[in-house]
Ligand binder design. Structure first.
Ligand code: SAM
Length: 370
């Protein structure tokens, strides 16, 4: 993560108030629905670490409750008094007008919103108007027993969790074997707890990635750092998101689209990357029997050995095409290096199709010589 990016600074300062925009949620969720229209049918979705009165996640799933065939939708928020760096707080108009509004609880307690198939206002349809809410007993911390029970009840967990507690949050989902769709930072891939999940195909990248995100809304007190930080036409303060990704274990179509690649000979002759084209051969690592591939689109389709690729490769990773072998380290336990220099985090992969392709060619040759 660039050292001066808003998210880097926020992570250091434990600033977690980054609100996801409707367009980013819509684009991502629709891709799963397109792949499998029944992906959420009959399911209970939980959005923890949310802020139901303001959150686009809650509004989005309440709007699509019937269309997606949800059984139940639950979202929980974290008490304002428990948040770090939240100087300003104003209860929403919706809450203040409610008969259960409580001046003390509004700051000290988490809130829970539930939508199920009960037509609360008897208007003949289930929508956001049927959301029922209440204060929680505790502050809505996802690690509390209270939220844990909702986690246990849920089939799918969807949210943008606090960056400062990312490892804990992911572990909280994984330990209960949930389906999930969460927002993260690319750097999380480098965490030692995270990479094995990717390697073993228990988690993969969603579709939205880096600049395809519209950015996050942040509170007044957050600095607008980074070249793409801005104030939008509605006065929202938006920060840039170069490193943001979705992580999931829900299937989507792009994950099964193989990359179209050139052979090694063609790459060395025709690659659009000077760094590849100028060479007679791909570099080899000093401390692992593998070749260095500086760009994902320069992976040779016909190479049978192990290859080191940048972590952005995961955005294009198709498990039918490649096998992930290892992350970052050579045989000596040190970072992979070429002539003593270490390229930025590499993932070691192997071409699966190549084996099939080469085997095919070998068979062809054997047949021809027979
Ligand atoms: C990145 S924001 C995202 C908010 C919302 N889900 C969205 O995407 O618009 C993460 C939220 O988690 C809350 N949070 C921080 N620590 C938490 C905890 N231990 N338990 C639950 N929520 C927490 C933060 O206050 C913040 O509102």
């Amino acid at each position: 993560m660039p050292k001066n990016s808003s998210l880097h600074i926020a992570n250091k300062a434990k600033q977690d108030e980054f609100y996801t925009q409707w367009s980013d949620i819509k684009k991502e969720v629709q891709a799963y629905i397109e792949y499998n229209p029944d992906v959420f049918r009959g399911k209970t979705i939980l959005c923890p670490c949310d802020d139901p009165e303001w959150s686009n996640f809650t509004k989005f799933f309440a709007l699509h409750f019937v269309e997606y065939g949800l059984k139940k939708f639950i979202s929980t928020s974290y008490a304002v008094e428990s948040k770090v760096n939240m100087e300003y707080y104003q209860a929403s108009f919706f809450e203040e007008q409610s008969p259960i509004f409580d001046e003390k609880k509004t700051r000290a307690k988490g809130k829970i919103f539930i939508l199920d198939s009960e037509d609360v206002n008897h208007d003949g349809k289930i929508d956001i108007e049927d959301l029922q809410w209440n204060y929680m007993d505790g502050d809505g911390d996802f690690r509390s027993k209270e939220v844990e029970e909702f986690r246990n009840e849920a089939d799918v967990i969807i949210t943008n969790p606090p960056f400062s507690l990312f490892r804990e949050f992911l572990n909280w989902i994984i330990e209960d074997n949930k389906r999930f769709l969460i927002i993260s930072n690319m750097n999380a891939i480098t965490y030692k707890e995270v990479f094995p999940l990717i390697k073993n195909n228990r988690m993969w990248m969603g579709l939205g990635f880096g600049r395809s995100f519209q950015g996050f809304i942040v509170p007044e007190s957050y600095p607008l750092n980074g070249t793409e930080a801005r104030i939008d036409k509605d006065g929202n303060r938006i920060v840039s998101t170069n490193n943001t990704i979705w992580l999931t274990n829900i299937e989507h179509g792009r994950r099964h689209q193989p990359l179209h690649l050139m052979t090694m000979a063609d790459n060395l002759k025709h690659s659009k990357h000077k760094k590849v084209k100028e060479k007679l051969a791909y570099d080899k690592y000093d401390n692992y029997d593998a070749i260095e591939i500086p760009f994902t689109d320069a992976i040779p389709s016909d190479y049978q050995g192990v290859m080191g690729v940048p972590i952005s490769f995961l955005y294009k990773y198709c498990p039918e095409q490649f096998e992930i072998i290892k992350f970052r380290k050579g045989d000596d336990g040190k970072d992979l290096s070429i002539n003593g220099k270490c390229p930025y985090f590499r993932i070691l992969i192997k071409n699966k199709k190549c084996n099939w392709f080469c085997e095919g060619r070998k068979d062809e040759q054997t047949n021809r010589t027979a």
